[in-house]
Ligand binder design. Structure first.
Ligand SMILES: NC(=O)c1ccc[n+]([C@@H]2O[C@H](COP(=O)([O-])OP(=O)(O)OC[C@H]3O[C@@H](n4cnc5c(N)ncnc54)[C@H](O)[C@@H]3O)[C@@H](O)[C@H]2O)c1
Length: 318
């Protein structure tokens, strides 16, 4: 068992094959909600979609907007904007977004007056969808890559009602709201995708504050929305259950490095999980290659979800 712990030297799956993939979403327009730096899954999905031929629009959380736009303008992300063909990912437009507010009437006065919000306008979900419609007419792909749980470090048993509801509002209802408002401008045959986590169905101590409940809701909603959006707009709805990544959001939870190590040691594929791999799976799922896949939770986690035994457990070595 000790050999299980040894990291294979620099082992990576041959992602350079991706270079030879066809432009599976060529000419399609994607709106990606939840990009505020170049570390998270949203950025990786944007890159995979750009590499596969899509035009990229992003929605950035209002408090993070200024620093994201400044960094983008100053070239701080240029290295990570590089696509497999050597060109740089272009983001056609960055929209300010706060996905916990559906329309302006929902925004409390203190938020309107907050100086982090006062410099931007039209950032509620309804207004963003209207602005995208005014700017471009329609989209084909909707990506939800955002979550927030103010009490995520608290056990569920100690979570307050407001903390729980805030987690569900930011991490689950935000997807319903986005799909509700964007569906009328999504071209038939389009698709949406969100990001979930295994804590929805198996207990991960430490992923608290109602975040496990929020992910369970997101997965259930994926099935119901797949039916409703499929019938109403010929739109597919799937979610990716991703393995651990050291993103800004994950670092706020506090034990992400241990989760990455745990996955490395215990997953069937003993390799680092790259954000790029989740990006590629998302590009496949929103492309016509996945035209009969909807309502699914797809695991992109080196297979960790299939394990029922931690192979590095000290119990096994006695
Ligand atoms: N990192 C992981 O280990 C992991 C594993 C499985 C699933 N996920 C999921 O992936 C998704 C992306 O997270 P990430 O880990 O890549 O981190 P991230 O920090 O890159 O993304 C989270 C984004 O959500 C945005 N956000 C928070 N509240 C918002 C709001 N009210 N309105 C608009 N945007 C808001 C943040 O600004 C940030 O850009 C999340 O749904 C997360 O739960 C992450």
């Amino acid at each position: 068992l000790s050999s299980q712990k040894k990291k294979p030297k620099n082992f990576k799956f041959p992602l350079d094959w991706v270079k030879f993939s066809c432009a599976i979403v060529s000419g399609k327009r994607a709106f990606i909600a939840g990009v505020a730096d170049d570390n998270g899954y949203g950025w990786a999905i944007a890159k995979a979609l750009a590499a596969a031929g899509a035009e990229i629009l992003v929605g950035t959380w209002v408090p993070a907007l200024n620093i994201f736009e400044t960094s983008l303008r100053r070239g701080k992300f240029d290295e990570s904007r590089k696509l497999p063909d050597g060109s740089l990912m272009e983001i056609t437009k960055v929209y300010p977004l706060d996905a916990v507010f559906d329309s302006l009437e929902d925004v409390p006065e203190d938020v309107k007056a907050n100086k982090r919000y006062a410099g931007s306008s039209k950032w509620t979900v309804k207004e963003v969808a209207e602005t995208v419609k005014d700017d471009f007419g329609s989209i084909d792909i909707l990506v939800h890559s955002l979550a927030n749980g103010p009490e995520v470090t608290k056990p569920l048993l100690e979570t307050s009602r407001s903390g729980y509801l805030a987690a569900v509002s930011a991490s689950s209802y935000s997807f319903i709201s986005l799909l509700q408002h964007f569906l009328p401008i999504m071209n038939p045959g389009g698709a949406s995708i969100s990001l979930t986590y295994i804590a929805s169905e198996r207990t991960i101590p430490g992923y608290g504050g109602g975040m496990s409940s929020a992910k369970a809701a997101l997965e259930s909603d994926t099935r119901v929305l797949a039916f409703e959006a499929g019938r109403k707009g010929k739109i597919r709805v799937n979610t990716i259950s991703a393995g651990p990544l050291g993103s800004r959001a994950a670092k706020a939870i506090g034990f992400i490095e241990k989760m990455i190590e745990y996955s490395y040691v215990n997953a069937p594929l003993q390799k680092e999980l790259l954000a790029e791999e989740v990006g590629n799976a998302a590009a496949f799922l929103v492309s016509p290659l996945a035209s009969a896949i909807t309502g699914s939770t797809v695991y992109v986690d080196n297979g960790l979800n299939t394990m029922a035994l931690a192979v590095d457990s000290p119990t096994l070595s006695t």
